[in-house]
Write a protein that binds this ligand. Structure first.
Ligand SMILES: [Zn+2]
Length: 391
């Protein structure tokens, strides 16, 4: 979606054109001026001008000529090498740092950790300091200068609002931890932060080439092993519609793990969310009282029920079921959901949704963070000084 369709306005139309042409090339390149004009719906003189400017800045290079049977062979344009996006997955204590090229291909990644145990009093300072320190170290190791990184994205476990986040699955009454501001200030690049599951959904949609498709509504349900002291499984979710992730008024929408399960065998409040009957509490209770390695049938049931509710709530075109905490449940749950989808079709004549598992779990959050950062350039080109520099 281009910035104009998002309803944004800019004084500098050249900047918007450059951002649009840059975005088009990162989805499909090398491409000719005509092809870029078609995908951006800009005129060929406008595209030509934007390409010349992007070439002058160094973000775009000529990639030979297009082979065609007759006439002059048109020049192909593509994105330059030597510029990067940065994606960070802050899982606490695990930390993954990755750099991607301008076409969002993974160049290098590193696994590290940031332990916050014993730092509870000063976590709002300690955490950003550690993450920024690790990122700087990584870039230095890779011999990547800060000036060649266009933007950074960070995925965090918790509620995100105004560039800060609350890791409430890790801490009781967590402070709001500012991360975007310190990253931008100390790495001197535009930064975005997002909820980890939201970013994994973006990565999965990008992998399926659905990110720019109109009319895509996707629901993501994740149950992941957790390293938090009070729970073995973390349940999260995300919804994509209208070209973006549904955020809610406070940035905490789609916390499916804390929605209710109506079960009589629930006890007192154990989760930090405030809902004594939440799904995550219920699943963790059931797991902890079962023999090791055995997943009680009730867990399969509540996860299947939750997915049915989500299908009615959002009427999605795609459902992504990510049960890394219980890989053995994936097929039975998807089988039940498909039976339900068939029944719903028989009774209500609704088609779909397609139900799938994600392709990559290890790097999905870091990759989603890179994609969010990339989409931020297209939505807010004025934040990227390189785009406005004179060629
Ligand atoms: Zn809860």
């Amino acid at each position: 979606m281009n910035p104009k369709e998002r309803g944004l306005r800019y004084n500098d139309s050249h900047l918007v054109n450059r951002a649009n042409v840059f975005e088009a090339l990162s989805f499909d390149s090398p491409a000719t001026i005509k092809q870029v004009a078609r995908s951006t719906r800009l005129s060929t003189p406008t595209v030509t001008k934007a390409l010349t400017q992007l070439e002058g800045i160094g973000l775009v290079t000529e990639k030979g000529r297009k082979d065609q049977p007759k006439g002059r062979k048109p020049t192909l344009y593509g994105l330059s090498e030597g510029y990067y996006w940065l994606g960070v997955d802050l899982e606490i204590p695990d930390l993954r740092i990755a750099v991607y090229d301008l076409s969002k291909r993974l160049i290098k990644s590193k696994k590290d950790f940031v332990c916050i145990d014993g730092q509870i009093d000063d976590v709002a300072k300690y955490l950003p300091d550690s993450v920024i320190g690790k990122v700087k170290g990584f870039l230095k190791e890779q011999d990547i200068s800060a000036g060649s990184v266009l933007g950074a994205g960070v995925g965090v476990p918790g509620m995100v609002r105004d560039g800060s986040f609350k890791p409430f699955s890790r801490l009781k009454n967590p402070p709001s931890i500012p991360l975007m501001g310190p990253m931008e200030e100390r790495l001197t690049i535009p930064a975005v932060i997002g909820n980890d599951v939201d970013l994994e959904l973006l990565a999965e949609l990008d992998r399926r080439n659905l990110l720019e498709e109109p009319g895509v509504v996707a629901v993501y349900l994740a149950a992941r092993p957790s390293k938090a002291a009070h729970s073995a499984v973390r349940i999260g979710g995300s919804v994509f519609h209208n070209g973006g992730v549904l955020q809610g008024a406070m940035g905490s929408a789609n916390e499916f793990g804390h929605t209710s399960v109506s079960r009589s065998d629930h006890e007192e409040l154990k989760c930090n969310c405030g809902n004594p009957k939440c799904l995550e509490t219920y699943v963790n209770e059931k797991i902890s009282s079962a023999p090791t390695g055995k997943v009680p049938d009730e867990v399969t049931e509540v996860l299947t029920d939750k997915l049915k509710d989500l299908i009615f709530l959002y009427n999605p075109s795609l459902v992504i079921v990510d049960l890394l905490a219980f890989p053995q449940l994936s097929n039975p749950v998807i089988g039940e959901i498909n039976k339900f989808i068939q029944l719903r079709h028989d009774h209500m004549h609704f088609d779909g949704p397609e139900v799938v598992t994600p392709g990559d779990s290890e790097m999905a959050c870091a990759r989603g963070a890179c994609i969010k950062s990339f989409r931020n350039l297209a939505a807010n080109p004025e934040k990227y000084s390189i785009l406005s520099s004179d060629s």
